[in-house]
Write a protein that binds this ligand. Structure first.
Ligand SMILES: [Zn+2]
Length: 310
């Protein structure tokens, strides 16, 4: 069952309870699919997720000894610039819990996330591609980033890299699933230093401990080094062009770009039909912070010039 249908089932139970006069606490507010996509943390509310941690022999040490602690201190400066393990611009609810194994893991969730791509948080070399069956991590991948840093990605539906393979930041390594011990589709993510899970850092900010909040991926947003961004030029009658949270004229405005400015298009997706400078199109361009209608962007081509957004 998808997260969405599970919540719909929850809503039916809520309405049954309401009609039978039972008191309720903590019931979620109704959200449309688009609202849920833009704000997954609100969608999931205070729901606690559940999963199993590392297999036997792969547990993290609960305590660092003095020697490891010292190494941790001296190696902080070598930490890779980790980014969210999802493509640029995607919004995921990340949850940390006191009963998580290891406790410094983050579980990422969003609606209909089965088979969504999981990407490398930083460049590195694949050190583990394993399958624990119906327990523990299920299908999981570990990447070695050097200087004692490794990341782990668990409960995957598929794994598309092999041990020893070099991966770039933002490169797809697998897809979200619910394999192993897991209450539903999500990504279990760990950042480790010398074998011990650390509080993950994304784009320079440490994850929230403990709780659930939205994280927006900045992974490979600015092209370069394996990124496939295409440059376009904003062309309006002079007014700034609105940037929206999803490819729809009804979606929340998240910013604007000035007429004549250059934008980097990392992917494109069909949405609302818009008539603009370059005719009528349903194509929208993702420019790192949100979507703009391709009807106002000069890319030198009428058709799709960048990959399809997930
Ligand atoms: Zn987890």
């Amino acid at each position: 069952m998808t997260r969405l249908s599970s919540v719909l089932a929850h809503r039916i139970l809520v309405s049954l309870a309401l009609t039978s006069g039972l008191a309720l606490s903590g019931c979620i507010e109704d959200m449309t699919a688009e609202e849920a996509e833009a704000d997954p943390a609100a969608f999931f509310g205070d729901e606690q997720w559940w999963d199993e941690g590392p297999p036997a022999g792969e547990e993290s040490a609960d305590e660092l000894d003095a020697f490891d602690d010292l190494r941790a201190e001296t190696e902080i400066s070598a930490a890779p610039a980790f980014q969210l393990p999802f493509p640029c611009g995607q919004v995921w609810a990340g949850q940390t819990r006191t009963n998580h194994s290891p406790v410094n893991s983050v579980d990422f969730n969003r609606t209909d996330d089965v088979n969504d791509p999981v990407v490398a948080a930083a460049a590195g070399k694949v050190s583990r591609v394993a399958n624990e069956g119906n327990t523990s991590y299920g299908r999981w991948i570990e990447i070695d980033h050097g200087s004692g840093y490794r990341t782990r990605y668990a409960h995957l539906n598929s794994q598309v890299v092999s041990v020893g393979q070099s991966v770039s930041q933002g490169q797809k390594i697998g897809t979200v699933g619910s394999t192993g011990g897991s209450s539903g589709p999500h990504l279990h993510y760990e950042q480790r230093l010398n074998g011990t899970a650390q509080k993950p850092v994304f784009n320079g900010s440490t994850a929230l401990f403990f709780g659930t909040k939205n994280y927006t991926s900045k992974n490979k947003c600015s092209g370069g080094g394996g990124g496939s961004g295409v440059t376009g030029t904003v062309s309006t009658s002079g007014l700034p062009l609105t940037v929206r949270s999803s490819p729809s004229t009804g979606a929340t405005a998240v910013g604007s770009v000035a007429n004549g400015s250059k934008v980097t298009i990392t992917c494109q997706k069909n949405g609302s039909s818009v008539t603009g400078t370059f005719g009528t199109t349903t194509l929208w361009d993702f420019i790192g912070t949100g979507y703009v209608s391709d009807a106002y962007i000069n890319t030198g081509s009428d058709g799709q010039v960048a990959p399809t957004c997930n």
